[in-house]
Structures are given as C-alpha cells and as structure tokens.
Design a binder for this molecule. Structure first.
Ligand code: GLN
Length: 304
C-alpha cells in the first residue's frame, strides 16, 4: 500500500476545503489555537511513517486521553470496573447530564465525560500520584519522555469546568464517586490538558493497533482481550453521539477530542492521527473526519 501517495492525494484534494466548523471556545484557552492547523501522521506496524502538514506541533489531546486512563484502569481492575460504568454508546453529547440521572449515576461508557470522571476517581483511589501515573504511561507507550501537561489549558478548564463538576457531584450523590470531587476533577482536567503532536499520538496508539504491545520493544501494555475490548469501545463510543456516523463513513476504531485531534487504528496495520481544530456541531474535528473517510476509501482496507 502506497500510503505516501494516498496522503499526498488527500492533502491536495483538501487544500481548498471550505471548513464551516468552529474551534472549541467553552474552554477559553482552546480558542487561542490557529484554526487553519492541519496535519496527519500515519504509523504502520511495519515501522514506516507517512505524514503531511502540521504533525510536529503539540495540541491539547482532550478526550483522546480517556483511552489512556481506561487502559491504566483496565490493567489494574478486572470486571469489577463494569459495575461502575456500562459499555453502551450514549447517543448523547459527551457532557450530557440527563441520561446519567435517569440511569442512577452509572455512565453509559468510559469515553463520555462521566465515564472518564469515574476512571479519574479510580486513579485517585489506586495511586498516590495519579497525574504522574498518567503522564508516565503516555510517555512510555509513545517513547517520548518530553510529553507534558499544558498548565494554561488545565487552569482554563478548571475555571470553566462547571458541567464536569455537576457530573461528578451527581454521580457522588448516587455513590459512584468515592473521593473528594475537587481532587478527581484536578486529575481529569490535567489529563485532558496533555499536549501531544500527531506523530506522538500515532506512536502511542500503535499499542492498540499492535495487539497491546509497544512496537519498538515488544513490551506488553495490554493483553489481547483487553486491547480488543478497548478497540470495541472506541468503535462504538469513541465519537459520542456521532459514533455511528464515524463507523459509517470511516469504519475504524478511534477517539476524538475537542482540541481537534482524532486518532484511529486499523488493527495489525496502522495507527493514524489527524489534527484540525475546527469542530462540527457534535464536537468532532470536521476536517479530521473528512480526511480519515478519504483515507479508508482510498486504501480500500476495512475492518468489516
Ligand atoms: N476536557 C473536555 C471536557 O471535559 C473534554 C471533552 C472532549 O474532548 N470531548 O469538556
């Protein structure tokens, strides 16, 4: 497969793309990003890389981080985790409250905010330094020790994260949050603020394309069953109320974030990260989805 040629074609085709999307502004620091940024990095299990555009500039990974916190928690806990959250698509916005109330404080899945807040609660219960644990996990699987939190983004979200505080309080009222709310919100906001570039994200997600192992040193991060389950969750729940649309148009397990990043994997073939900050009305990168749709159409490869 000539991925370089395919990416060049996509870059050419999309060079004059009229993008009606909007940069996220509910976290004020995110609105400062240059909306024209656009980069794609594809990393194959054979070890080759293919890229174009702004692939070396770091951005806020936001909800993509939920895949990392889920991975850490699944390494620790067995099926008990699923007593505290479900594995069903929500069909609702990532920060929706009403479904959570109707379902007695049990999040639909780990990839909406309520689910990720329960994961943060578990990290607080299990580790003395949960933020360091998260950062070290990401640094290890990507092989990039300089990856860090973006302090400004974390503080900005902390000052405007009232809806996440509402979700955490609602779940606490149902007994599904064990720790102090401000402590777990702090972990969650820092987790979302992690800054990575497309190349680093594609490398980190290689674990999910490579049967749970780091490609360069074969370290097993997740056993095959766990990685299959995480991929199933990315397929069904990785794009909030647009998971069906992403499966229909792109057809890969993946995860998006309101920083404009999307990472997707083709099991045993590649991982691919795309960044374009303008979002559609569901909070997913508009050009990112378009790019990945063209990638899977042009390669003709499908997991289905
Ligand atoms: N930090 C964001 C929030 O909690 C993450 C949302 C997202 O990327 N979808 O609202």
């Amino acid at each position: 497969m000539d991925y370089t040629k395919i990416l060049n074609e996509i870059s050419e085709e999309l060079s004059n793309f009229n993008n009606p999307g909007k940069v996220a502004s509910y976290i004020p620091e995110l609105s400062k990003v240059d909306p024209s940024k656009f980069g794609v990095h594809l990393y194959c299990t054979s070890g080759t890389h293919h890229a174009f555009g702004d692939t070396q500039e770091r951005f806020s990974i936001q909800s993509i981080s939920k895949v990392f916190s889920l991975s850490i928690v699944m390494r620790l806990l067995g099926d008990d985790l699923w007593k505290r959250m479900d594995v069903e698509p929500s069909g609702n916005a990532y920060n929706s409250l009403f479904q959570l109330e109707r379902e007695n404080g049990i999040p639909r899945n780990p990839f909406i905010n309520s689910g990720a807040l329960v994961l943060a609660d578990i990290l607080v219960s299990e580790f003395d330094h949960p933020k360091d644990k998260l950062l070290n996990f990401v640094r290890n699987i990507s092989g990039v020790p300089s990856i860090d939190f973006d302090e400004k983004v974390a503080q900005s979200e902390k000052h405007h994260g009232h809806r996440n505080a509402a979700l955490a309080n609602l779940m606490k009222s149902f007994g599904n949050i064990k720790n102090d709310i401000s402590t777990l919100l702090d972990v969650y906001f820092y987790q979302c603020s992690i800054a990575m570039n497309c190349e680093e994200l594609a490398k980190a997600f290689m674990v999910y394309a490579n049967e749970g192992k780091i490609l360069n040193n074969d370290e097993e991060i997740l056993n095959p069953m766990k990685v299959q389950r995480i991929n199933a969750l990315m397929q069904t729940c990785g794009f909030y109320d647009e998971a069906g649309e992403f499966a229909f148009r792109v057809g890969l397990p993946g995860k998006s974030g309101v920083g404009g990043g999307i990472v997707a994997i083709h099991p045993e073939k590649y991982s691919v990260a795309v960044w374009s900050p303008k979002l559609n009305e569901r909070g997913n990168s508009l050009l990112g989805m378009e790019t990945l749709e063209r990638l899977t159409t042009k390669t003709g490869l499908s997991i289905f």
